[in-house]
Design a protein around this ligand. Structure first.
Ligand code: G3I
Length: 437
């Protein structure tokens, strides 16, 4: 028998023809008003009644439907019916509900083959890790397929740019929070964790995130004050919703293994990094504090350079909880063994690791299968080390990837194609989370 997955705690996603803007708690609505049951095999009326009864009887909207969605279904179900719904249907609903609940909950996942495949976030929940995506502000504002997929598949969000210094405090003391706030609102609505990215990114190898007033500070003391003020403002604003921070991003040389001699480090020495970690710990004691680095995912000089730096920072009093391995595999992906070796080194130091910005560009056109294997390997590596707690992708659709401009659109680095079709990479991640290799 087909049944509603009553034990599910997150929205499930189902492609509907014509593009959905509704998310899928039981049912989804298309812009033209057509309704679809979100669970194959489950009658649409039952799926809609489920949320309508909760809505009218409990006088609230517990399934998180948007006002537009509620408008559509209330148009279809007359207000008279709605008023009578409690008395007419409540007995049926609770009887049916009790039977379904008993069957769905009592025998674990015996009903697995009658429902949609589990989403990445459901699988990751089961594995005790977060599965995340970087998110751009404009995509969550206007692209309904983006919204639907992001909400259904990911349990964590990293603002791709909106929380950076250049975005939040372009002039000293003048804050622009709108974009970061909109991402926070999205994550809150869809019950997603938020990775705070990033408080200070001093390295200017490819991009300059530090505003000019910081680089041009008249003296070291003023520069340090700018850093302190910035950290305090951002952490105070988002500490209730952010559970982990990339406190410092890319302190090492991008293509080397030494401390990067950017203007902040050249002016203040590495003491500013220690101070930044101490300040965030003081402001937000419950958050996990990460140092996030690029191109340090395999054994070698940069990994050794990072180990040396982090040991030094910890001895100087920096409260570092974890290392973010960005994992932009522009030069080809490492093997599972290489990644595990790196993660174990951090485990030995007592630190967590997180894969924070994963993307794997195709190196030759049409390399989808090799790309998929590499994605599966990253998941397998993370799952095999207990201290790896998160896999965040740097976006999820090839439609929006920083690599479209950095390498070109033929790099197709992510899990879904431009039209939101899942690629072999998606299925490889899915299978690796299930535990099939
Ligand atoms: O917002 C403006 C927009 O108004 C304008 O029309 C457009 C024209 O180019 O530029 C837009 O801003 C760009 C922004 O991306 C949004 O697309 C910035 O110029 C551009 O610098 C910015 O690039 C971001 C880059 O970090 C620098 O902040 C990338 O999207 C983002 O993916 C990239 O992410 C970094 C991580 O934070 C740290 N690790 C490496 C990673 C990849 O470089």
């Amino acid at each position: 028998m087909s049944m509603i997955p009553l034990c599910s705690t997150v929205p499930t996603s189902r492609q509907i023809p014509g593009g959905a803007w509704g998310r899928s708690w039981g049912w989804t609505a298309r812009e033209d008003g057509a309704l679809f049951s979100a669970w194959p095999g489950v009658d649409l009326t039952i799926a809609v009644l489920d949320s309508l009864i909760q809505w009218s009887c409990l006088c609230e909207n517990p399934t998180g439907k948007s006002p537009q969605e509620m408008k559509i279904v209330t148009k279809l179900f007359s207000s008279r019916l709605q008023q009578k719904m409690c008395s007419t249907y409540v007995v049926t609903f609770f009887t049916l509900g009790t039977v379904l609940l008993f069957t769905a909950c009592s025998d674990g996942h015996d009903d697995y083959d009658t429902r949609s495949p589990l989403s990445l976030r459901e699988l990751a929940d089961g594995r005790g890790i977060l599965i995340g995506s970087a998110v751009g502000t404009s995509s969550i504002a206007h692209d309904m397929q983006y919204i639907d997929t992001l909400a259904a598949e990911f349990s964590s969000i990293t603002p791709e740019n909106a929380m950076k210094w250049s975005a939040t405090e372009p002039e000293h003391g003048s804050y622009t929070w709108e974009n970061a706030d909109s991402i926070v609102a999205f994550a809150t609505a869809y019950n997603q964790a938020i990775r705070g990215h990033t408080l200070v990114w001093p390295n200017e190898f490819a991009y300059k995130d530090t505003p000019d007033y910081v680089s041009n500070a008249p003296d070291a003391e003023t520069m340090q004050r700018y850093i302190d003020d910035h950290i305090e403002a951002v952490v105070n604003r988002y500490m209730d919703v952010v559970d982990r921070w990339d406190v410092v991003n890319e302190p090492l040389e991008t293509l080397g293994s030494e401390l990067d001699q950017n203007v902040i480090t050249a002016t203040l020495g590495e003491g500013w990094i220690v101070r930044a970690f101490q300040q965030v710990r003081r402001l937000d004691p419950s958050a996990k504090l990460y140092l996030n680095e690029s191109l340090a995912e395999r054994p070698g000089e940069k990994h050794q350079g990072l180990l040396t730096l982090v040991r030094r920072l910890i001895s100087a009093g920096a409260p570092i909880d974890g290392i973010g391995l960005q994992s932009h595999f522009l030069f080809g992906p490492p093997s599972i063994d290489q990644m595990v070796e790196v993660m174990r080194d951090w485990e030995t130091l007592g630190l967590d690791v997180a894969i924070t910005e994963l993307d794997i560009p195709e190196r030759q056109p049409g390399e989808e299968e090799a790309q998929a294997t590499s994605y599966g390997n990253v998941v397998a590596a993370c799952l095999s080390v207990e201290t790896c707690r998160e896999i965040t992708f740097w976006g999820f659709t090839d439609k929006y990837s920083w690599l479209n401009s950095f390498l070109g659109p033929e790099s197709r680095p992510l899990l879904f194609d431009q039209n939101y079709n899942p690629k072999p990479a998606y299925f490889a991640v899915h299978a690796a989370l299930v535990g099939q290799e």
